[in-house]
Design a protein around this ligand. Structure first.
Ligand SMILES: Nc1ncnc2c1ncn2[C@@H]1O[C@H](COP(=O)(O)OP(=O)(O)OP(=O)(O)O)[C@@H](O)[C@H]1O
Ligand SMILES: Nc1ccn([C@@H]2O[C@H](COP(=O)(O)O)[C@@H](O)[C@H]2O)c(=O)n1
Ligand SMILES: [Mg+2]
Length: 235
């Protein structure tokens, strides 16, 4: 009986989000690699909605939710909150948004996050933006962040680095093996990093448009299997 109910719930989750036909880009990288900073730039330039899993979890603590204390303890200890909790927050944010393009920052953080998100929502990322940054630089940035985060202290930062190496890097490797990772050298200035980010998005958007054109009536396939596009120049 439980299984039938679970399956039914999964179908509701899948259909409500697939009806929306969302485009998702996962933004990954170590703690302090600059994910949040660059997402703000991407939002301004390319019209995505930024959903930071960490920010959603911090908002859940503040809201006084029944999971608040558990989430707070996990964050203080640099641990990964159970997928069920984080996925519910992400789903709710996507459904409530009028946008259909999302940057999901800091998720999936481990294999459980990845597999559960795919199975519950049926969504696969269009690609994964990966900010690659040396640990010393990330630690320097986190200690200088000054946003009052309870996990920006040397002890928790070391724990977060360990979790990143052991649990998050394998997820990036998984997507890399599927050809989905776009790696960015994140050790440069904010402006230089954004130049590299812009190049990635510009290329993806170009190919998205080409694919849309090729799926329209004006396109076809010749006898050798090559795709062609008929362009009408007006005026
Ligand atoms: N390229 C950069 N050069 C120098 N400082 C940077 C750069 N990018 C971001 N920062 C600074 O480093 C700190 C961490 O950046 P940010 O919050 O964007 O990282 P994050 O990857 O989202 O970290 P977390 O995983 O902890 O949320 C911030 O104070 C930010 O201003
Ligand atoms: N998928 C996730 C993302 C984050 N967390 C917890 O939040 C902490 C802060 O995350 P940031 O992305 O804002 O650095 C992180 O260390 C985890 O404790 C999570 O559990 N699952
Ligand atoms: Mg962040």
């Amino acid at each position: 009986m439980g299984t039938v109910v679970d399956t039914a719930k999964k179908e509701v989750n899948r259909s409500s989000l697939s009806e929306k036909k969302v485009t998702v880009v996962f933004v990954l990288g170590g703690p302090g690699s600059g994910k949040g900073t660059q997402c703000q730039n991407i939002v301004r330039h390319f019209g995505y909605t930024h959903l930071s899993a960490g920010d959603l979890l911090r908002a859940e603590i503040k809201s006084g939710s029944e999971n608040g204390t558990m989430i707070q303890n996990m964050i203080k200890d640099g641990k990964i909150v159970p997928s069920e909790v984080t996925i519910k927050l992400l789903q709710r944010a996507m459904l409530e948004s009028s946008n259909d393009k999302f940057l999901i920052d800091g998720f999936p953080r481990n294999e459980e996050n990845r597999a559960a998100f795919e199975s519950v929502t049926g969504i696969e990322p269009e690609f994964v933006l990966f900010f690659d940054c040396p640990e010393e630089e990330m630690e320097r940035r986190l200690l200088g962040r000054n946003q009052g985060r309870e996990d920006d202290n040397v002890d928790t930062i070391r724990k977060r680095f360990k979790v990143y190496m052991e649990s998050s890097l394998p997820v990036i490797e998984y997507y890399n093996s599927k050809g989905k990772v776009r790696k960015i050298d994140a050790a440069k200035t904010v402006e230089e990093v954004f130049e590299a980010v812009k190049a990635v998005f510009t290329k993806v958007i170009f190919w998205r448009h080409i694919m849309i054109l090729l799926s329209q009536e004006s396109s076809g396939q010749d006898r050798s299997g090559l795709m062609y596009l008929t362009i009408t120049i007006e005026g």
